[in-house]
Design a protein around this ligand. Sequence first.
Ligand code: F6R
Length: 369
Amino acid sequence: EKDGYDTFMMKEIHQQPSVVADTLRGRIDDNGHITLDEVRLSEQDFRDIDKVFIVACGTSYHAGLVTKYALEHWTRLPCEVELASEFRYRDPVLDRSTLVIAISQSGETMDTLMALRHARTQKARVLSISNTVGSTIPRESDAVLYTRAGIEVSVASTKAFLTQLAACYLVALHIAQMRGVMYADEVADVVASLTAMPDKIQEVLDGSDQITELAAQMATSHRVLFIGRHVGYPVALEGALKLKEIAYIEAEGFAAGELKHGPISLIETGTPVIAMVPSPAGRSLLHDKMISNMQEVKARGARLIAIAEEGDDVTAAHADHTIYVPKSPTLLAPLLTTVPLQRLAVEYAGALGNDIDQPRNLAKSVTVE
Ligand code: F6R
């Protein structure tokens, strides 16, 4: 049942091109418009929204963080992302014009469920993004969009994350379309890029064998840092979480701009730093900033591994090792840049001899608060 892979996690990583395609299937019409009829919120409901909260835990929270960049850019609605366990126990400002998006693979995470229930008592509308049909979170929501990743066996989440991103992009574009803030051809452009992503994810997987050797070299480090900006920041957090979960390494993700405000003191000679480098096209300002952050860590002795876009020679000239991913629009890039980090965690944990599918102290579904 592992289809020839050593672990479920590797199998699930390799299923990502097909499950992301499944998430998109039937939800885009021939004109490149989003058709989420299953999401039972009307055009008027979407027009009435004046702010969005995303609540989730762990990896699903990271999907929420990526979504914030896309949702604000496309819909122009203010969006906040919060850990479900924190959201519930403060006094968030919610009312009937608030949309709360709850993201949960299992649909049973107690923290997320309690956040959702709180939101509903405050009259907010709740849309859930889940992988589990008929689970509690979708049942208690006003509307649901299923991610269709199939059962995820590995405790460390991989394919569920990529499908959450794809589902969240659809929701954000749907809201933009419903509210009339994006022209039809603008939506169609993004949709065309989105539907091209499964093949690009496959390209990343086909080229990721180099990671085995890289992980073997790194597996002597007790600490690994991940840095990123913009959508690369949540991807850095997700890469660090994967490494913590299965390799039991002190792995931290930082917004690259924050390094100089503290974390840079963690860098010793040889500390691996993995940099998520934005595309040099379009947002070249971000790219320039990232290059200076890379220089800062290099100067402190870091061993610098860059995840960069194909053809980005500037990055390659600064890094000790560069892993390329295909070109894509900046907001969609996490569908690609996460994949080498998932592979890295598997290889790293494998080199340490850890149980990859069943990491210590962790459960697949966390049904206690
Ligand atoms: C990480 C992981 C956890 C879950 C978190 C939320 O690999 O699996 O961090 O993402 O427990 O779970 P769901 O999405 O089921 O609510």
